[in-house]
Design a protein around this ligand. Sequence first.
Ligand code: D5M
Ligand code: FE
Ligand code: ZN
Length: 464
Amino acid sequence: MLDAEVIVEKFLETKLQVHPEVVRFIREQNDPSLIEKIISSIPVDTIVVSVHHIPAISGECDGARFNADPHIEIISGLGGTQGSTNIDNYLHLFRDRYQKLGGIIKSRFNAMPIEGLTSSKRYLNVECSLVGMTGEVRTTTNGHRLIDLEDTTGKISVLFNKNNDGFKEAVVLIPDEVIGVRGTLSGDGRIFFADTLYRPDIPHNNAPFKSKFPGKAALISDIHVGSNTFLEEAWNNFLEWLSKSEISYLLVAGDLVDGIGIYPGQEHELCIPNIYAQYARLGEMFCSVPKRIKVILSPGNHDVVRGAEPQPAIPEEFRKKFPDNCTFVENPAIISLQGVRVLMYHGRSIDDLIGLIPGASYQKGGNMMEAMLKRRHLAPIYGRKTPIAANYDDSLIINPIPDVIHTGHIHISATTEYRGVIGINAGTWQAQTAFQKQMNIQPTPGKAVVLDLQTLSYDMLDFN
Ligand code: D5M
Ligand code: FE
Ligand code: ZN
């Protein structure tokens, strides 16, 4: 990635100041020629290069990254980045995860390779640090936490004593997360006694970006059109409110329709039993959303695309009835709204996180968004309910740090704030289904969260 100072310097050479958002943008594009392109395209009397200058060069650059509207950009997930599935790629996927998340941890301290630690007597009883990916995680009969930790050179058992400070964090360790540990190797060289656990996490000093000018976004998910439990009345109340509101953006984080054959017996609960008809109906519904509102739609596990994450955007053939102000993105996707970065992720992995993190529950969805942020990963657990595509790169890593993480899936509203990152889950537009009754899930339907982009304050509105 290009260095921020180098970018600023380049602009200063031509007596131009540059807005931090533009710097952020150029860094992500990682294309040094972009600076020249921007400089050559801005008006001669420009003093500060701002985001508004970027669309002026959209024709020359990677079109997908630029947008006709200067205030909304799809930073990632517009389409085509979901890659192809190839079993051999799993190895690369996990290596990529280790490299990227391990890199974040290693930037804070010097870690040594596991092989180096175990192959020499030199390190017995000497405090040192390791960075690796967790394998099996268990609690011993004495109540200590024992985990397998692996890096690219080797593997070791790591024990967190229940009386140590690090134990509290070790309790919530799950398989396949990348962590750092500090401690000492046992006398026989077989176990690493860890005192401290480090996660990639969000830095303490992380400060969210706020828009310089007014703007509001509405965040929702899980509409489930086609289900006979879709709450049309609440939805119509929402539409009516939208038409009178100051909302400029509407984000929908998956489960747009109810789909077909998603769970046993679903056919008895569908009022639209055809997948094309479900999207057609949804498209008609969005025709009633004011045209000034930019709508972003990403898929969830009920949608027509493959379930494996990252999920592709809804294909063209299902978009026919949607108006032009609708943009379809992948799951996950990062959307910049006036510079405020929203990471949209449906949240299938929340089922796995709740199953493995002691004390976690569907009623406390905010904690699960925090669990993702701490691990800097949207779906750390492989091989359970969340299918993960065998992509070359791990695109479920949380990087860059978003200002907002927007999830859905659990059908229970939750908001949270963690180290400057806002977590929002608006819930659903579907009443409890027979399946959810069986699972004892009590949904909180008919709510939308309104986010003020200038202040980053938010409100949960009820449309029942
Ligand atoms: O998910 C709606 C809710 O149902 C959400 O809380 C997860 C839960 N759910 C969905 N599938 C399962 C399975 N297979 N086991 C347990 N709980 C589940 P939605 O994606 O809308 O169906
Ligand atoms: Fe859902
Ligand atoms: Zn879902």
